[in-house]
Ligand binder design. Structure first.
Ligand SMILES: [Zn+2]
Length: 137
């Protein structure tokens, strides 16, 4: 009997977003960094927000940072996530500065605090997308 359970939607990123996820292939987070002034960018951009340079490279990130904010969803219209509610989405401020979003996995929501050390851990979903989890740092 075929598996009738709803599947989670996997985005198909394009352009700079695809470039970002391809650099995170295998789950290793990389960030766009300006080749001129060294500032980090996320979401990926064509031009540096500090010096407007179009030159950049992707550099590895430890994924370490702190909790910037979070929200717990008790309802979803996405059938792929119905079995997961309630789930918590966390905005992580990385040590490099940019903020990324991930799903809480390694902590109880009751233990979340602003500024709490956490780490983003990537889980590849195909060749072009990586889902990020948030674990205790
Ligand atoms: Zn720059």
């Amino acid at each position: 009997m075929p598996d009738a359970s709803p599947r989670k939607y996997v985005p198909r990123p394009e352009g700079l977003n695809l470039e970002f996820f391809r650099h995170a292939g295998g789950g290793a987070l990389h960030l766009q960094r300006c080749d001129e002034c060294g500032s980090f960018r996320h979401p990926p951009r064509h031009y540096c927000q500090r010096c407007f340079s179009p030159r950049y490279s992707y550099v590895p990130s430890s994924g370490r940072g702190t909790v910037y904010s979070w929200v717990t969803s008790h309802f979803t219209v996405d059938r792929g996530w119905v079995a997961e509610v309630p789930y918590t989405t966390v905005v992580v401020e990385l040590d490099e500065g940019p903020r990324l979003v991930g799903a809480l996995r390694g902590l109880d929501v009751e233990d979340l605090r602003l500024g709490l050390p956490v780490v983003l851990v990537g889980e590849p979903k195909g060749d072009d997308f990586v889902f990020f989890w948030v674990d205790a740092g």
